[in-house]
Design a protein around this ligand. Structure first.
Ligand code: GLN
Length: 400
């Protein structure tokens, strides 16, 4: 008799078998189950801007309820082009160089499916946002992980070793995935680092696929720089961004990929057959959001700074080794002070007994052991939510 498990397995693709469900999303379910404060999945618990919500409601009332142009509503693409000129001095053609997708998540997988062949390699810095692993598998590319080494002191930065990065590049390298400001480390790549990456991309005829969704969430005078602005990168970069983080609308699923016309042509085809298009009325609201005044972005960053400072102090006080983020809205921490065998046991304890949900560090590494003494906290929450979390974290007991 054929084993029923074997029979069932035959019906599942090897690709789907080779990765697990998202741990970040699972932690949200765990937080709900145990009534823990969700500092796991990175979504705000505060309202989106009034004018952006009104624009979405108005678009629905005005019957913008059918498909937008598959690669994005003209008004939104034009607003994206204006923003790229304003923030990075990049001139892009909204007719030929922008693809609006269902979130930056779809932009990333569409870009990878558009550019990779089986056997191609993708360089990924780790710790990495967990989607990039399955993204590589789904697109048939082989990931080559390069470590971001933790800061030597809490105030210094995560850095890559230039020799290690160079060793990861070879003639099979199709692209390097960048994420700056970075999830989960909070690192913001410097001009010097980006130039080193640029030189490798040019030498090996590889692309940079850069996820810049946290562009406007930066601290302490840090400047965000798009690698596409560096000499030689304009036409070998796919720049990914979206509405989710900047306008606190993670559930809207509106993101985009910006790339030279030959790349955009391929990305648009993949995107069209994956999803046809992003929600039409929300794209119209996107055009309004991307026209908000400068003061909106200043307040966004200042508010995030207050949230970061609150959670950072609470984590340090509770005994975590907290790495200070320069951008994005996560704090990566070391948990060795608490004497747990690994981050899975610690996470379970934190969710069930302390009432705060983090993301276990292992979900950001190719080898889970590398994250065995780390967890990530998100601080895209109201100050009173973070205060409540701080009170709960204060109940943790250090063993060392
Ligand atoms: N980027 C967010 C995080 O890292 C949320 C990701 C998601 O669930 N789509 O938590």
């Amino acid at each position: 008799m054929v084993d029923p498990v074997v029979q069932q397995k035959r019906l599942i693709s090897a690709k789907a078998e080779s990765f697990t469900e998202s741990v970040i999303r699972e932690m949200t379910r765990q937080a709900l189950l145990y009534g823990a404060i969700n500092l796991a999945q990175g979504f705000p618990d505060f309202p989106a801007p009034e004018e952006v919500k009104r624009a979405a409601a108005a678009a629905i009332a005005a019957d913008i309820n059918q498909y937008a142009i598959t690669w994005g509503a003209k008004s939104l693409r034009e607003a994206i082009a204006r923003q790229m000129a304003r923030w990075q001095g990049l001139s892009v053609n909204p007719e030929t160089e922008i693809t609006v997708c269902c979130g930056s998540t779809e932009a990333m997988i569409s870009a990878l499916l558009a550019v990779t062949n089986p056997g191609d390699e993708i360089v990924i810095f780790e710790p990495f946002y967990e989607n990039y692993g399955p993204d590589a598998i789904l697109s048939g590319a082989r990931p080559r992980f390069v470590k971001l080494h933790p800061p030597a002191t809490p105030e210094s930065d995560w850095i890559f070793d230039e020799k290690e990065l160079r060793a990861a590049f070879n003639p099979r390298t199709k692209a390097v995935i960048l994420n700056t400001p970075n999830n989960p480390t909070g690192k913001v790549f410097t001009r010097q680092e980006l130039k080193f990456i640029r030189d490798l991309c040019v030498e090996f005829n590889a692309l940079a696929i850069t996820d810049e969704i946290y562009e406007h969430i930066i601290y302490d005078g840090t400047r965000h720089l798009s690698i596409a602005t560096l000499d030689g990168m304009r036409d070998r970069t796919v720049t990914i961004n979206g509405m989710s983080k900047t306008y606190s609308v993670t559930g809207w699923r509106v993101g985009w990929a910006v790339a030279a016309p030959h790349l955009t042509g391929a990305i648009r085809k993949v995107h069209d057959f994956l999803t046809v298009g992003a929600p039409a009325p929300l794209q119209e609201a996107g055009a309004v959001a991307l026209s908000l005044p400068e003061s909106y972005y200043q307040k966004l960053a200042a508010d995030y700074r207050a949230r970061r400072d609150l959670l950072l102090a609470a984590l340090q006080e509770a005994g975590f080794r907290a790495f200070v983020p320069r951008g994005a809205y996560y704090i990566m921490t070391g948990i060795s002070a608490f004497g747990f065998p690994d981050e899975a046991a610690f996470t379970k304890y934190l969710v069930k007994e302390i009432g705060v949900a983090p993301v276990p560090g292992s979900s950001f590494y190719s080898d889970p052991r590398d994250g065995a003494q780390q967890v990530r906290f998100a601080f895209c929450k109201q100050l009173h939510t973070l205060d409540e979390a701080a009170g709960r974290l204060a109940r943790l007991r250090k063993t060392r």
